[in-house]
Design a protein around this ligand. Structure first.
Ligand SMILES: C[S@@+](CC[C@H](N)C(=O)[O-])C[C@H]1O[C@@H](n2cnc3c(N)ncnc32)[C@H](O)[C@@H]1O
Length: 298
């Protein structure tokens, strides 16, 4: 919590707590200013947890607690933590309102296992989930090791990441960065410069605009906090090295066209995106801005 970027992450989430539950509302999610990606992620998580037959679930970065409350209502023993104190307060209120025990959620940082060690005293969990956490941690390996340690051997993790491959579909400055930083890092400077000049002609490198304010306009925007993208292929290799097996990726937040076309296409853009959710083909690797790695602690 002493790290400056981590404080900013908590500041961002502390300021978006009030409307966060609308992401999961069966009606309200349809008219949010942003795409209701979380709504589809929760549906997928519930489906997969049911398939597993897990009886307990830990959530790091539980936010205002609606996803974990859904798991509790499915009959799972649950516990969770978050670095943002407003989120934890909202999660406690959310649990109480639903007749669930508010004491199973507390302040805790996945980078600091001592901060949530008390919640593991009743035994390791069958499953754990981390949505919106891996993008924000300073050391991926350490965070993934800590997440792994929350589940019993044979238990499963569900870890969300922001998809770097999506950059190949966006045709904006992220595409240029992907070419130069990911595909061509070892190529000589003159060739890279020629590629950069060509991409400047062909791509909308002025897009997307920086989100320096949150939707309500009264807190730091998402682009001001550390929010890393991950290459899914590298991520799967990393999971294997850290002692996970049976990895699969569940893709969500589909795009029927590059995001810069959303205004021109209008409401049909979002309708088409929602229709595409739950496609389990390879296309998600390029059309989705996020995914969840499901893996077993071997
Ligand atoms: C995008 S929100 C998602 C909340 C919830 N998981 C959900 O799906 O609705 C991410 C949450 O992770 C929390 N978070 C970020 N970094 C964290 C860390 N290092 N340890 C614990 N929580 C963290 C944030 O404060 C925020 O509440």
């Amino acid at each position: 919590m002493s790290d400056k970027k981590t404080v900013a992450v908590a500041d961002h989430y502390n300021a978006v707590v009030d409307d966060y539950h609308l992401n999961y509302d069966d009606d309200a999610h349809k008219t949010l200013p942003h795409y209701p990606a979380n709504y589809f992620r929760l549906k997928m998580l519930k489906r997969e947890v049911k398939k597993l037959g897990a009886t307990s679930m830990y959530e790091t970065g539980l936010g205002e607690g609606t996803p974990l409350a859904h798991m509790a209502n499915m009959g799972l023993r649950v516990a969770g933590s978050d670095i943002a104190q407003n989120m934890v307060a909202a999660a406690k209120a959310n649990f109480s309102r639903r007749g669930l025990d508010p004491d199973v959620v507390q302040i805790g940082n996945i980078d600091d296992p001592a901060s949530y060690a008390n919640q593991l005293e009743g035994g390791l969990f069958d499953a754990m989930m981390a949505s919106g956490v891996l993008p924000h941690v300073a050391d991926d390996q350490q965070a993934l090791r800590n997440m792994r340690a929350i589940v019993r051997p044979g238990g499963s993790v569900f870890i969300e990441f922001r998809n770097k491959m999506f950059s190949l579909f966006t045709l904006n400055r992220f595409t240029k960065e992907f070419f130069l930083d990911e595909l061509l890092p070892g190529v000589s400077a003159p060739i890279r410069d020629a590629v950069a000049q060509e991409l400047d002609q062909r791509l909308a490198t002025n897009l997307p605009p920086l989100r320096d304010k949150n939707e309500g306009g009264d807190g730091p925007g998402y682009d001001l906090i550390q929010a890393n993208y991950h290459n899914p292929l590298e991520l799967l290799e990393q999971f294997e090295k850290l002692g996970f097996s049976n990895m699969k990726i569940h893709w969500y937040h589909f795009h029927p066209a590059p995001p810069m076309l959303e205004n021109a296409i209008g409401p049909a853009f979002r309708e088409a995106a929602m229709q595409m959710e739950f496609d389990s083909s390879w296309r998600g690797m390029f059309l989705c801005s996020a995914g969840v790695v499901q893996a077993v602690r071997s």
